[in-house]
Design a protein around this ligand. Structure first.
Ligand SMILES: Cc1ncc(COP(=O)(O)O)c(C=O)c1O
Length: 342
């Protein structure tokens, strides 16, 4: 990016990177480039997916309290819609929780492919089949899945899928993709010059919408995040994601066993297939533990009462040893007990 900035024609180079990012992401999820919109973050992408939908006869949106808040808030902000919560608040949501709540009043079913806190992987295809049978559309937040496991929109049978590039896709914050199965629906709520049929006509007085997912786009994207997305997606494109999935599942099992032997309380799905690529260690002072680990080279993310350890293709058994040993050392040093037990 810095090289391109030093030459004339930076904007054109940046546009080529946007096109490449769109192409690589479409290939990653088995979509067409005309079904992909490039947006600044997942929350905006969710708003764009919801806008233009009518919430009259089918006014229920099914979502879970385990949804990433930005997505859940988007549903709560829809005028005329009513959010029905699926699964226990604070507990683990299961595929069956969705199946039992879909009704003829359901307009949209929102499913995280993997939940951001506990790493629960839901059976999106089963939920999508039930939703479609009832006439509802399906939105998938794949932020915690894209790049670390196979993801195909036809197998998932979703109508919308969103992800950002800052996690398992090896990119930076500042960029998200929205997949839309039928992108020629009603115009979105947000628009901008890049949402036009021909943005380079620069016609301020004409508001037209192309029949592709570009109609959901708005204005100038974050260039650094675009360049990083191309680099990250290129790396991910060279991986066999089925192998990566096997690798991370094995590491999750090893880590869970090690931590259980150390007395840690780990939140896990009932079955390894229903677990994403991270696991959550219960710790009421999650920020303190994550900061302590961070100073010892173990980068873990704290979220309301848990510290998350994430695996990818590059994670090794030695990394797991280092993380488990650092957690054990934290317990000795901080004189806290696993799971917040006193
Ligand atoms: C599941 C999930 N969705 C969405 C986001 C981010 O949303 P946004 O791009 O709107 O900040 C995250 C970030 O942690 C996430 O884990």
């Amino acid at each position: 990016m810095l090289d391109d900035l030093a030459r004339p024609g930076f904007w054109q180079a940046c546009e080529e990177q946007v096109a490449e990012a769109r192409r690589l992401f479409a290939r990653l999820i088995g979509a067409d480039i005309d079904q992909i919109a490039v947006l600044p973050n997942a929350s905006v992408a969710a708003h764009q997916a919801a806008s233009g939908r009518r919430w009259r006869r089918r006014r229920d949106i099914l979502a879970t309290p385990a949804e990433f808040p930005g997505v859940a808030h988007t549903w709560l902000a829809q005028p005329g819609a009513r959010v029905r919560w699926v699964g226990p608040s604070g507990g683990q949501v299961r595929t069956g929780d969705y199946l039992s709540q879909i009704t003829p009043r359901t307009g949209l079913v929102s499913v995280p492919a993997v939940t951001y806190r506990d790493g629960i992987r839901l059976n999106v295809a089963a939920i999508a089949d039930a939703a479609h049978d009832a006439g509802a559309a399906v939105f998938v937040d794949a932020y915690q899945a894209a790049g670390v496991m196979p993801l195909n929109v036809d197998s998932l049978r979703c109508d919308y899928l969103v992800t950002g590039t800052g996690k398992y896709l090896f990119g930076l914050p500042g960029l998200a993709f929205l997949y839309i199965r039928h992108p020629d629906g009603p115009p979105p709520g947000l628009t901008g010059w890049l949402g036009r049929t021909d943005p380079y006509a620069f016609r301020a007085t004409v508001l037209d919408f192309p029949p592709t997912a570009r109609r959901y786009e708005t204005g100038t994207p974050a260039a650094a995040a675009v360049y990083a997305a191309v680099a990250g997606l290129s790396l991910v494109g060279g991986l066999d994601l089925r192998q990566v999935r096997h690798h991370t599942q094995r590491l999750i099992a090893v880590t869970a066993q090690r931590l259980a032997a150390q007395g840690e309380v780990v939140r896990l799905a009932g079955h390894v297939d229903a677990q994403g690529a991270h696991l959550a260690v219960v710790e009421p002072h999650a920020e303190a533990m994550a900061a302590w680990l961070g100073h010892r080279g173990v980068i873990a993310a704290p979220r309301s009462g848990v510290v998350r350890l994430a695996m990818h293709a590059y994670t090794t058994d030695d990394d797991i040893d280092a993380a488990c040993e650092a957690i054990a050392a934290y317990r000795c040093r901080s004189r806290t007990r696993p799971g917040g037990l006193r």
